[in-house]
Design a protein around this ligand. Structure first.
Ligand code: DAH
Length: 341
């Protein structure tokens, strides 16, 4: 009997050390420590043994049982450790590697300029007024003193919708009528930024879609001197205190008199270069005293009120400031261009 127990222990331990996984371990446990295992049956047979042999065999059987259980537990832990080591190796994660950088967005160059322009006018007391991009013929032309069939309409190549009389605004000027009609007869100082559309052949200088910033001041005793002072100051704040400006007579149907403002070319300092077409000057906006008809259409009595207006193009100003030579770059969505700002 003792020899049989010895045999059981030795064989079980030998087998145990060849096992490589949890399933095999469990099968081993059933075979060697289960109810029908040779070892457990030894306990059943104890009763049949002569009385004096029982303690010896019983003690030995218990020792074998404990030895197998301990060996089983040790083997199980060793296998678990090995499995853990393996997964630590194969699923290795280096938390010290630098992370992927977050791609930070930035403002579009036009928006940068728009914000600068709007901030400067805000500082001078102009509020932002937003106006619609889909307009009627009446607001875009008629009320601005540009009647149907008037040759001045040729200045604005227009996108018409399929609804008669409805179009995409060709300039921000119709916003003048909207804001005047909302606030008349109160005095006004507003800028109206926004997108405009023109049916044009796209080229390095012309796009079908671009921004404008309209400005409008209406009140008592507003003079051309106020216009000049405001716009010269604006130019100095945007381009620097040294910049020189000049006003040239011009014509717009909705202003009388009308002017265009140039700044001295900051590239050549007025000597003449390719950017200013050898003239030494860069045109940056159109302006004028609001035409009496337009004032009346906005709800102001032109006998008692006067005002000035102006319109400028942030894309054009951005092109001048940063020497961008093709307006199409603003809409290409090319990061190589956009990331420079
Ligand atoms: N609306 C004109 C255009 O798009 C620009 C302009 C000129 C606006 C003179 C004005 C102005 O308010 O007084 O060409």
């Amino acid at each position: 009997m003792l020899a049989a127990l010895e045999q059981i222990q030795q064989q079980a331990l030998e087998e145990l050390h060849t096992l490589q996984d949890e399933d095999a371990l469990q099968r081993w446990k059933v075979t060697h420590l289960g109810r029908n295992s040779p070892l457990m049956r030894t306990f059943d047979q104890l009763g049949a043994l002569p009385k004096e042999e029982r303690p010896l065999i019983g003690r030995r059987a218990n020792e074998v049982k404990r030895a197998l259980e301990e060996a089983f537990e040790a083997r199980r832990q060793a296998l678990q450790q090995a499995a853990l080591q393996r997964s630590l190796q194969s699923e290795r994660l280096d938390v010290t590697l630098p992370g992927r950088p977050i791609a930070r967005g930035r403002l579009h160059p036009t928006n940068l300029t728009l914000r600068q322009i709007v901030r400067i006018f805000n500082e001078m007391g102009f509020q932002v007024y937003r106006s619609r991009e889909v307009e009627t013929d009446e607001y875009n032309f008629e009320l601005l003193n540009i009647p149907a069939h008037h040759p001045a309409r040729d200045l604005w190549d227009t996108f018409y919708t399929t609804t008669p009389g409805v179009l995409l605004r060709t300039h921000t000027s119709p916003g003048q009528i909207h804001v005047m009609r909302q606030y008349a007869p109160q005095p006004l100082r507003v800028v109206l930024p926004g997108m405009c559309y023109r049916y044009e052949q796209v080229s390095a200088r012309k796009e079908t879609q671009f921004n404008q910033v309209e400005g409008l001041a209406v009140g008592r005793n507003i003079t051309f001197g106020d216009l000049k002072g405001t716009l010269s100051d604006f130019a100095r704040r945007l381009f620097g205190p040294q910049v020189r400006t000049r006003f040239r007579a011009s014509h717009f149907p909705f202003t009388e008199p009308s002017a265009e403002m140039d700044i001295e070319c900051f590239l050549c300092g007025g000597w003449g270069c390719s950017v200013c077409a050898q003239s030494g000057w860069l045109e940056i906006l159109g302006a004028g005293m609001v035409h009496p008809l337009v004032l009346r259409n906005g709800g102001y009595d032109p006998q008692r009120f006067s005002g000035f207006a102006f319109g400028l193009g942030p894309e054009r100003i951005t092109m001048l400031k940063y020497h961008v030579d093709d307006i199409r770059l603003f809409w290409n969505n090319d990061l190589r261009f956009l990331e420079q700002f």
